[in-house]
Design a protein around this ligand. Structure first.
Ligand code: OSB
Ligand code: MG
Length: 368
């Protein structure tokens, strides 16, 4: 393939309900969409999961646009590409900026899958025809509100409930949830809100039989996570700390993590995501697919990735309608009874609703 034309759009979509983490509250989702056109006319789509502000990692919508426009797009346009695995080599001269890289790489995987007439899931080597999913719930105004929400999602059939925690919203919250939902798989995500000195507090969570605790300590730290894991019975799952298969190997060898959350954007694309998956599979580490409040396009990529065999634990890929009044793909992603059916048509498997895309676009630029 040869990419001859790229469009970047900045979309703004209003979340149905605000989403609060240990770092702050989102009411809108601002993100970049990338549309790439091959010389044969095939179009592929990629979504940047960088947020408007750098709270989750150092990347933002604007840094992604800059890196794409000034560095990554020039490395791709009019180059002969035989397989999407080559993209990471083309991008090797550019350090980090994984979410920016992943935005183009995702579009190229979409084109490759269409040109080889297979679903993105099959192109990646995935085998499942449906995937099991859970849901991630932000910090609420009160524990009563949280219990009511969890009850709703459990009734909808989500296979695992993840709740955000932070100092002051942790042990009592998890105790109440476990009392109310004795048989539900429950986990907590701290988004780096604690320090090793909080180990005694985090140990109290062992009582509630959580499936795991996600990213309790700093995003750039795998040493203290290894000390912490030795003190806890609850398995630690790393999210923010893992950017590559090398990070995964080091964290696993140090005993810093027993489970890994794979996010395509955070690791620089589907090729690296697959490498992490394969490494974990060979080493007995279960993985699951994380989420970044994606629109339908990023969501479709997550669905495809989750069809790989070692995605053993339910991920955060919930229904489109959990986030949006209206998504930008047709049909929308639907989780029924905790399962999403994997589309079998070529490429990402969902139609992009161009009218919806345009209606949420606040800026756009073409490159050729
Ligand atoms: O840490 O997994 C996270 C949302 C935004 C940023 C980081 C995270 C999350 C979630 C929600 O937990 C996942 C989703 O529903 O897309
Ligand atoms: Mg997380």
């Amino acid at each position: 393939m040869k990419i001859i034309d790229i469009t970047i759009r900045h979309l703004q979509m209003k979340l149905k309900a605000p989403f609060t983490t240990s770092f702050g509250t989102f009411t809108n989702k601002d993100f970049l969409l990338l549309e790439a056109k091959d010389q044969d006319g095939t179009i592929g789509w990629g979504e940047s999961v960088a947020f408007h502000s750098p709270w989750y990692n150092e990347e933002t919508l604007q840094t992604n646009w800059h890196i794409l426009e000034d560095f990554l797009i020039p490395l791709i346009l009019n180059k002969e590409i035989n397989h999407p695995d080559e993209i990471s080599e083309l991008f090797a001269p550019i350090r980090k900026n994984n979410m920016a890289k992943s935005t183009i790489e995702g579009a190229i995987w979409d084109i490759y899958a269409q040109q080889t007439n297979q679903s993105l899931a099959s192109a990646l080597g995935g085998t499942k025809d449906k995937i099991e999913v859970g849901i991630s719930i932000g910090i609420q105004k009160s524990i009563e509100d949280l219990v009511a929400l969890v009850d709703e999602y459990v009734k909808e059939g989500y296979k695992r409930i993840k709740v955000k925690i932070k100092p002051g919203w942790d042990v009592e919250v998890m105790r109440t949830l476990r009392e109310n939902f004795p048989n539900v798989a429950i986990m907590a995500d701290a988004n780096s809100a604690y320090r090793l000195e909080d180990a005694e507090l985090l140990k109290q969570l062992d009582e509630f039989d959580l499936t795991m605790i996600e990213q309790p300590l700093a995003s750039d730290d795998i040493i203290d996570h290894s000390y912490l894991q030795k003190m806890l019975n609850t398995p630690i799952c790393l999210d923010e700390s893992i950017h590559s298969v090398e990070d995964a190997r080091k964290a696993v060898e140090l005993g810093s993590t027993k489970i890994i959350n794979i996010k395509i954007g955070r690791v620089g694309g589907l090729t690296e995501a697959k490498k992490i998956h394969d490494y974990c599979e060979a080493n007995g580490i279960p993985v699951w697919c994380g989420g970044m409040l994606e629109s339908g396009i990023g969501r479709a990529h997550n669905v495809a990735l989750t069809t790989l065999s070692n995605f053993i634990l339910p991920g955060d890929t919930a229904s489109s309608n959990r986030y949006w009044e209206k998504d930008i793909i047709l049909p929308e992603v639907v989780a029924a009874n905790g399962y999403i059916e994997v589309p079998q048509t070529a490429g990402i498997g969902y139609e992009v609703d161009r009218e919806a895309v345009e209606s949420f676009t606040v800026a756009k630029k073409h490159y050729k």
